[in-house]
Ligand binder design. Structure first.
Ligand SMILES: C[S@@+](CC[C@H](N)C(=O)[O-])C[C@H]1O[C@@H](n2cnc3c(N)ncnc32)[C@H](O)[C@@H]1O
Length: 257
């Protein structure tokens, strides 16, 4: 495990700051404020990503009946983590969290507990190494039964398109028919044009480096899967309770046929 570096802003901690959390350092808060000045909608994007997670897991554990979740790029624990939403619907749900940030590891071990009937585990792995993700998850998840693979705000750290497509393909290949893939991904579409300069600024000073993708590139990740209605859409509009404005974050939930 790498050690916690307080001298360079790290994504998990800056994300926590935008979400109003306390698990961040001065260097993260300064980066978070600078980005917010350049791209004011970023806090909305973070909040909507979490609310999408709650609605997506509610759908998956409820209507879709999924009992196993592989949440890659977990982030620092906050309200409505995947296991809390899933186990509220079905206490026996089994959840594996995966992240490679050392501070996430410390907090996750302490805070991501489980219902007595279910299981919550944490794997310290890099999404670039799918074999390690899958072998770690295999301690807890049965890959003969459907799994919901959650990739919320994580493919944006896989900078190479071919590699990102390969990672998604390997994960989908590893799970059986009736499994699901959920993705959120930042974009410069949907009003995200100001994110270009903000990301350039971020990438010069923070880690890991991040990128956007457009709708067609996200659609390619779920090619061959059945999209859950309403398909690939701005995150706040996916299973929205009422009218919802767009933010520059694509979201999709898809089922492996
Ligand atoms: C933007 S946060 C998203 C957190 C959460 N999924 C959400 O939607 O609120 C991205 C997370 O991905 C993690 N991450 C970044 N690169 C990673 C990698 N190569 N492997 C595993 N996790 C990574 C970061 O540490 C961070 O916790």
């Amino acid at each position: 495990m790498t050690s916690i570096d307080k001298s360079v802003p790290h994504n998990a901690r800056v994300w926590d700051y935008w979400l109003g959390g306390k698990d961040n350092f001065d260097v993260d808060r300064r980066m978070g404020d600078s980005i917010r000045e350049m791209f004011p909608v970023i806090s909305d994007v973070a909040g909507h990503s979490r609310r999408f997670l709650r609605r997506a897991v509610t759908y998956l554990a409820g209507e879709a009946g999924v009992r196993q979740f592989l949440d890659i790029g977990t982030g620092l624990p906050t309200a409505n983590n995947t296991h809390e939403v899933a186990q509220k619907i079905e206490p026996s749900s089994r959840i594996v969290y995966v992240d490679n940030d050392p501070l996430v590891l410390v907090h996750a071990r302490a805070l991501l507990t489980s219902s007595p009937e279910g299981v919550t585990d944490y794997v310290d792995a890099d999404v670039h190494h799918v074999d390690e993700v899958l072998s770690g998850a295999g301690r807890t998840l049965d890959f003969d039964q459907p799994v919901a693979v959650m990739m919320l705000g994580i493919l944006n750290f896989v900078l190479d398109d071919e590699e990102a497509g390969q990672i998604v393909a390997e994960l989908v290949e590893a799970v059986p028919s009736g499994s699901y893939l959920a993705i959120t991904h930042p974009t410069v579409e949907l009003g995200g044009e100001m994110n270009v300069l903000a990301m350039e600024f971020y990438n010069k000073r923070a880690r890991p480096r991040i990128r956007t993708r457009d709708r067609a590139q996200i659609a390619a990740f779920v090619d061959g899967l059945d999209l859950v209605e309403p398909g690939l859409i701005s995150a706040p509009q996916w299973h929205a309770d009422g009218a919802a404005a767009e933010v520059p974050l694509w979201a999709v939930v898809a089922r492996k046929p």
